[in-house]
Design a protein around this ligand. Structure first.
Ligand code: ATP
Length: 238
């Protein structure tokens, strides 16, 4: 049977004052897939994600999340997404478990379940023993783990990971990769942005190469290699 795609993007455009960040992007991300968005700095990856979660208003085109238009049907679209962002935009003054309970409550999860759910995701990402610690007092790696826990608190159908491997050590990268692979195997659709072809090869079923706001190719990581994408890859590396 034909299921609704996790993402249906048609001719998506974004113009900031004098910069064209997205120049007509069209993409379909099937439900259940592990999809990579690969591109150099400034390609438009963060803009793309910000449009999906309602942080940036598109200039043109359409974007649907499990059939919900990101603007006309914002709440349903947003509720389907868990975002682990690049930036550490977290409430720093409360114990991290409280921050998670708060977020759960905000999304309509009752208080007793919220505590349980918070504990569950803290265990899942391996920082349960830090539950009473403030975000500020976590190490960089633990902060990354926490951002993933926060993205998972609502049990999203689409998990978006914005450059999860930027600046993390080998052990954490391995842990994160194992965890997201498991989530994908359990049915969560994943959209991951990265600069690293190795990461895409290891994790993704399908990859779109974004460059200067345009999709240059959509293929499996293997197909990209077969097309001599090692050259592209070198160009994409920072
Ligand atoms: P990175 O890998 O460095 O995070 P990216 O692929 O996420 O890059 P974006 O952050 O989406 O790329 O930026 C795409 C383009 O849009 C860049 O040229 C950037 O300078 C520009 N841009 C992004 N946000 C704004 C803004 N708020 N105002 C003006 N220009 C912006």
């Amino acid at each position: 049977s034909q299921s609704t795609p996790a993402l249906e993007i048609q001719d998506l455009k974004k113009e900031y004052e004098d910069v064209t960040a997205l120049d007509g992007v069209s993409l379909t991300v099937p439900e259940g897939s592990f999809f990579g968005l690969l591109g150099p700095n400034g390609a438009g990856k963060t803009t793309f994600i910000n449009i999906l979660v309602g942080l940036v208003r598109k200039s043109g085109g359409t974007a649907r999340v499990f059939g919900h238009d990101v603007e006309a049907d914002y709440q349903d679209a947003r509720n389907a997404i868990g975002l682990a962002p690049q930036e550490f935009n977290v409430d720093r003054f409360f114990p991290i478990r409280e921050v998670l309970e708060h977020k759960a409550g905000y999304h309509g999860i009752p208080a007793d379940e919220a505590r349980e759910r918070a504990d569950e995701v803290l265990k899942q990402v391996g920082i349960y023993d830090k539950r009473d610690t403030r975000f500020d007092w976590l190490s960089g790696g633990m902060k990354r783990r926490f951002l993933l826990a926060r993205a998972l608190i609502t049990d999203p159908d689409l998990l978006i990971l914005d450059e999860p491997s930027a600046g993390v050590d080998v052990q954490l990268r391995r842990d994160l990769w194992d965890l997201v692979t498991e989530l994908n195997e359990q049915g969560t659709t994943i959209l991951l942005t990265t600069h690293y072809i190795e990461e895409a090869e290891r994790l993704c079923d399908e990859v779109a190469i974004l460059d200067s706001g345009s999709v240059r190719a959509v293929a499996t990581p293997e197909e990209l290699k077969g097309r001599g994408a090692d050259r592209i890859v070198v160009e994409l590396r920072d």
